[in-house]
Design a protein around this ligand. Sequence first.
Ligand SMILES: [Zn+2]
Ligand SMILES: [Zn+2]
Length: 383
Amino acid sequence: MADYYEVLGVERSASEEEIKRAYRKMSRKYHPDIAGPEFEDKFKEVNTAYDVLSDKDKRRMYDSGVDPNDPNAGAYGPASGFGMGDMGDIFGQFFNGAFGGSGSQGPIPRTQQGRDALANTAIDLKSAVFGGVAHVKINTFGLCPDCHGTGSSHGAKPTTCPDCHGQGFRQKVVRTMLGQMMTTAPCERCEGHGTIIGSPCPTCMGHGRIRTTRDVGVTIPAGIADNTRLRLPNQGEVGEGGGTAGDLYIDVRIKTDKRFARDGDDLHCWIEVPMTWAVLGHTLDIDTFDGAQSISIPAGCQPEETVTLKGLGVAHIRQQSSRGDLIAHVNVHVPTKLDDEEKRLIEEFAAHHDTDDPQVSQSSRPAGGAHRGFFSKLKEALR
Ligand SMILES: [Zn+2]
Ligand SMILES: [Zn+2]
């Protein structure tokens, strides 16, 4: 039988007040949060000693040589003397389990780690090209602005629960068919926290957090791929009791752009030019994400030929200083309506050009874009 007086460091004649004072000193000294986890058993011992010596009936029982915390103790039922000590242990475990509490557990912390949150956003292709900041509205638990997470109003601090003396659980005498047994159960008064919030913050009802909608600025890296999940540490849900927020994950989708299609880090666009430009060559301005840029269509440009603007594509995500290309695909517009004079000129051209009019090539697949029916289109127009 443990010497509870020795554990608390008091005389056997100690008054209630002296015991209380000794307990406060010892529990502070050996609290695992202060002294370290290796003092957990010592801390438990101090609490057990106080549990017995602070209770008049238990102390009297202890003084008479019976440990009220020992389920096998003589005064606690018929099991004693029948060699059924093991049964007592089994029942002790059973009751600990049944009450969901255990002497090995400390008080349940008021502050809990917050959960992660997930949101999504859609950005413009331009933001993917250059990077930027997207503003995303998040509806989740945030820190209570009035108590800053403490749960108490007016800056009050939670006080030690007088029922369990900060342990978060209480020892209970339970009647069983084998007699009375001691077991532990979460303290009802403080719900196992070991502390009591005297005047809870009215804004959060003592939870230290409230559901809020807030605007989060999300940094979009240049070159981000479609459907990328970004992680923002500690921007998720604030935990119970103002606990550290979880992480925020943002799924980023890139909106379809009307002018440009993306392929990896290259951008593609299609421009339709008059037939005469394709034949004679032409320089024109096209819109890009870098403003208007001049491109030159070479004389004799074939339908679907491409003109590449180096370095005007999407930034490389791993090497942001360099970028992909912008590739303009040239569509040749064949006129569908010709007046008599135009028709005459084209026919004259055709007659003049007939000598090197090529054989019509035939294939089961398009011939790599070039030579795809420019002249046949032209002839169709003339028909
Ligand atoms: Zn509050
Ligand atoms: Zn309590």
